[in-house]
Design a protein around this ligand. Structure first.
Ligand SMILES: C[S@@+](CC[C@H](N)C(=O)[O-])C[C@H]1O[C@@H](n2cnc3c(N)ncnc32)[C@H](O)[C@@H]1O
Length: 221
């Protein structure tokens, strides 16, 4: 896929996110300064902690799953990017299966990128598991970028945009942007603050038919 355009789009969005995070911390510092209920020592300590957050936390944490190359080195000033692959083709990519990666951890990343990976995973239930793992590893208000061949959404007997959005919604991800190129679908979801109630399991069922349809499918239990 076109990595340059993928990087451009995600770059713009991530810069906005860093700026918004900085604004929030600055506002918190102002609040502490104006707080008349705490001692000046307490104020100093709180302000120091918040300033530390700016130093340490102004970088967004990104995970690129199934990465053929390091796609985010140019953005390293404001992005802490980790890239993993089952079979890394170059240095800098961690050799790891996503299903064994950071097991037991949660809320680690601001952004998770699944570019042409879901369709690479062979079983429909493993694809569902991959999305579930993303939910665990993504921070609240974090984002997940998913790129899929358009055929997976536009021409599958068992899968379409509506079903995908429902599935993601069940994981508490809201669709915030989508774009189709000639052959690819680009989708960006944001993890909502509170878990929504509703359907959580999605079985294989026909959503369209026709002899030219493919059998791409994601199931979730
Ligand atoms: C088609 S390539 C996509 C490469 C790149 N992200 C892109 O958009 O061009 C799919 C990659 O996903 C990797 N992959 C598949 N399943 C994986 C898993 N469970 N954990 C880590 N990487 C995986 C494969 O090794 C392969 O390199």
């Amino acid at each position: 896929m076109n990595l340059a355009s993928q990087n451009n789009e995600s770059s713009k969005f991530m810069k906005r996110k860093v700026i918004s995070r900085l604004h929030t911390i600055m506002k918190d510092i102002d609040k502490v300064k104006q707080d008349t209920t705490i001692s000046s020592d307490e104020k100093k300590m709180k302000i120091k902690q918040l300033e530390l957050k700016i130093e340490e936390g102004s970088k967004l944490c990104l995970l690129d799953v199934g990465a053929l190359q390091e796609n985010y080195s140019k953005q390293s000033k404001w992005l802490d990017a980790e890239a993993i692959d089952l079979n890394p083709q170059c240095e800098g990519i961690i050799k790891s299966d996503f299903f064994d990666f950071k097991v037991g951890e949660s809320d680690v990343y601001d952004i998770i990128v699944l570019s042409l990976v879901l369709n690479f995973v062979s079983s429909p239930s493993q694809r569902g598991e991959m999305l579930k793992r993303c939910q665990t590893l993504c921070r609240q208000e974090g984002h997940i970028f998913i790129m899929l061949p358009r055929a997976c959404l536009d021409n599958s007997r068992y899968f379409d945009h509506t079903l995908f959005e429902q599935m993601m919604e069940s994981l508490n991800f809201d669709l915030v942007a989508k774009h189709d190129s000639k052959k690819l679908s680009f989708l960006m979801f944001r993890k909502a603050e509170k878990r929504k109630e509703g359907k959580t399991s999605f079985h294989k069922r026909e959503v369209r038919n026709g002899t030219r349809c493919n059998n791409f499918c994601i199931v979730m239990r």
